[in-house]
Ligand binder design. Structure first.
Ligand code: ADP
Ligand code: DP6
Ligand code: CO
Length: 377
């Protein structure tokens, strides 16, 4: 730790201090879970501010399963902002990272650690540089919302480091500028991203519909069909959809607003049949607008389709939905079962239809490794 109270001194002071002052690093580590949308966000009305064309609703997963861990550090020794993702250095020059950094720096406030003799003033933050190291404990860019957990964690940890005194809602609006789905990961439980009306995006924020203790008998199983990076990123995929699909307008204006109301009701009442019907229908319509894009985008593969058939047949046989499925922009299945009993039955069925080490696409399917069993909140 430095002996001086201020590390950003005038030139002469800092030169004098050079020999005697021990350099310091201030670091914050945070962990943020991913979230899976049950009413999907797909399409922007503003690319830069990341403003969506419809509201969306998601479930935040338990951080012990799918999450991002990010450490952010500041030191007078750092000469520029740098970031490592999963151990590999990546560029921070992209607009999204810059927008988040700028928004946070503008709100940074004084940090003082008397014990270490560190004092960073609001003005110091304009000149200081940060280093970021982030790890996802699940496949990156494979349709399991790594951008959601990633940007939520980046914003949350930097806000802590910089002593940003804003509420969760404002932080969600900043995370939104990193990746739209990230605004929902600032909250646990069931979360709605309100599209908002304002041009500056100030009212396009996430709100918690119910906390993680609500409806805690739901169990989510994720079947990792492929952990390969998708060919079309969510960002470019939805841009192409908005530019070329006619269905997307119908979806955003006519279908989603009604579904949002029904989904909020289903969540509030723990009405699993309605929750399941809406989730499956919305996932299927999202993939239909991807097909309606020119050129068409195929996020699901044959295995994904077989999982859908398996669940649909089972639900029809029982007469009432036992399991809901939803697929993000990738082939991996997110399966939400009503309770532990149906989750166990679902696993049994998955193992029967997609046995480990078989010739199916799920031949690398291993419980505990490729399957994540968790209590949803
Ligand atoms: P996904 O379906 O995984 O969200 P996207 O195409 O939406 O895929 O986003 C993937 C991009 O998100 C990555 O290429 C990277 O730029 C960003 N991203 C992923 N993980 C992190 C992270 N931990 N921290 C910061 N950015 C991340
Ligand atoms: C299918 O949030 O990844 O997962 O805002 O361009 O970063 P950008 O896209 P992103 O899109 C997520 C799309 C989705 C549905 C959802 O999470 O609502
Ligand atoms: Co994403």
């Amino acid at each position: 730790p430095s002996n001086s109270r201020h590390f950003l001194q005038s030139k002469s002071e800092s030169r004098m201090a050079e020999e005697s002052v021990k350099k310091w690093v201030l670091m914050v580590t945070a962990q943020t879970p991913t979230n899976i949308a049950v009413i999907k966000y797909w399409g922007k009305r503003d690319e830069k501010l990341i403003l969506p064309i419809n509201d969306s609703i998601s479930v935040t997963l338990d951080p012990s399963h799918l999450c991002t861990t990010t450490s952010v550090a500041v030191s007078p020794d750092f000469t520029h902002d740098r970031m490592w993702l999963n151990g590999k250095e990546m560029s921070l020059s992209g607009g999204r990272y810059q927008n988040c950094l700028r928004e946070l720096r503008a709100r940074a406030s004084e940090v003082e650690d008397e014990e270490k003799g560190i004092k960073i003033t609001k003005k110091d933050w304009e000149k200081l540089h940060v280093h970021v190291a982030s790890y996802n404990n699940f496949p990156t860019a494979a349709g399991l919302a790594s951008s959601a957990a990633g940007f939520a964690c980046l914003v949350f940890s930097l806000a802590k480091l910089m002593n940003v005194k804003e509420d969760q809602s404002k932080l969600s609006a900043i995370a939104r500028q990193g990746s739209g789905s990230a605004c929902r990961s600032l909250y646990g439980g069931f979360v709605k991203w309100i599209m908002g009306k304002e041009e500056d995006g100030s009212d396009s924020v996430a709100v918690q519909l119910a906390d993680e203790n609500h409806w805690d008998d739901l169990v989510i199983i994720i079947a990792v069909v492929s952990s390969r990076q998708k060919e079309t990123s969510s960002t470019s995929g939805m841009l192409e959809t908005v530019e070329t699909s006619m269905l997307i307008q119908h979806r955003a204006k006519e279908v989603v607003p009604k579904r949002i109301i029904q989904m909020e009701e289903a969540i509030k009442n723990r009405d699993f049949p309605s929750f399941a019907r809406l989730s499956c229908a919305d996932s299927n319509q999202f993939h239909a607008v991807c097909l309606d894009t020119s050129p068409p985008i195929f996020y699901m593969n044959d295995t994904s389709h077989r999982i859908i058939s398996c669940v649909e047949k089972w639900n029809r046989f029982e007469g009432t939905p036992q399991v809901a499925y939803t697929f993000d922009a990738g082939p991996n299945a997110v399966l939400i079962s009503h309770n532990r009993k149906t989750a166990a039955l679902l696993l049994q069925r998955l193992l029967f239809h997609f046995p480990p080490n078989s010739d199916t696409d799920l031949n690398s399917y291993v419980i505990g490794d490729k399957t994540i069993l968790k209590d949803a909140g």
